[in-house]
Design a protein around this ligand. Structure first.
Ligand code: FE2
Ligand code: FE2
Length: 293
């Protein structure tokens, strides 16, 4: 059957996305680098009034129960930790990307945010089990951004999603990704990759986004990162933090054992640790802003 969705229309929608602010681009370059310190994050945020205000608002939210307000960015950032700051900055700078309901996937408001944040903490935990030196900060960012493609893909996908589930059930396609490809001529990982190119993300993040469901196909130098995002994504779904009707409808690539020393026992440990960090982050971010609930 001829696909009703045109990949050309999806590409047009990507081209129309507003560019990211220069500070956010700088932050992403930093996050994709070898290693970065809290100070580097502070140096970018402090020259951006809107971002500074947002970080201070989070640290001064009632959940922290501070007796006197924190007014210095340095103190705020060291108090919150760089992960929460990085997530806040990214969410703040990308408009409604993470919060908009994913209608095409039957995903609720903020479902993408919750899924991506859980995946980010999980990817970071996964990275700790790497057989070879691995940048955990980069894994966090890859986890946080892996599904951005769903933001653009979702409105196009709405009419096709029921057919996709039917095909998966019938066994005529291997998984949800293959169903997207068959019905839309493009899948959400490819859409995310084109968004990442449009926004000039570093190559490592582009590849992790493109291959988060097909890590084995990532170029060798980015394969471990793609596997970290792949496992982080699976952990988020296993924890019930999915984005809607595609939850657990993807295949797990067991090839991760080549890059990470992970047993079923350590996977349980990763899930547990990610959940603790996720809950902490959600409560600190949601106390002032309903949007993160
Ligand atoms: Fe995905
Ligand atoms: Fe995902």
């Amino acid at each position: 059957m001829e696909s009703m969705i045109s990949a050309g229309h999806i590409r047009e929608a990507i081209e129309k996305l507003p560019m990211l602010s220069p500070n956010v681009s700088r932050l992403l370059q930093l996050l994709a680098g070898e290693d970065y310190e809290l100070d580097d994050v502070v140096n970018i945020v402090k020259y951006d009034a809107a971002l500074t205000a947002r970080v201070l608002k989070v640290v001064n939210s009632p959940v922290f129960g501070l007796l006197s307000p924190v007014t210095s960015l340095e103190r705020a950032i060291s108090y919150l930790g760089k992960w929460i700051v990085v997530s806040t900055v990214l969410a703040d700078s990308t408009g409604d990307l993470f919060s908009q309901p994913l209608d095409g996937y039957d995903g609720q408001e903020n479902a993408l945010w919750r899924h991506d944040l859980f995946a980010a903490f999980s990817s970071c935990e996964v990275a700790r089990f790497a057989r070879q030196g691995f940048e955990t900060g980069l894994a966090f960012t890859a986890g946080l951004l892996h599904d951005i493609g769903k933001y653009v893909f979702s409105p196009f996908w709405k009419t096709a999603a029921p057919q996709a589930l039917e095909r998966i059930q019938q066994g005529s396609v291997a998984d949800y990704l293959a169903a997207e490809q068959a019905l839309a001529g493009m899948n959400h990982a490819q859409v995310g990759y084109e968004m990442a190119r449009h926004w000039k993300f570093p190559e490592s993040l582009q590849q992790a986004i493109l291959h988060h469901h097909t890590p084995q196909q990532a170029p060798e130098e980015y394969r471990a990162l793609a596997f970290a995002a792949h496992l982080g994504d699976m952990c988020a779904m296993m924890a019930g933090c999915d984005t809607g009707n595609d939850g657990m409808q993807y295949q797990l690539d067991a090839g991760y054992t080549e890059y990470f020393e992970i047993t079923s026992q350590s996977l349980a440990q990763i899930l547990l640790e990610a959940e603790v960090q996720f809950k902490k982050a959600v409560s600190s971010l949601s106390s002032e802003e309903e949007v993160y609930k």
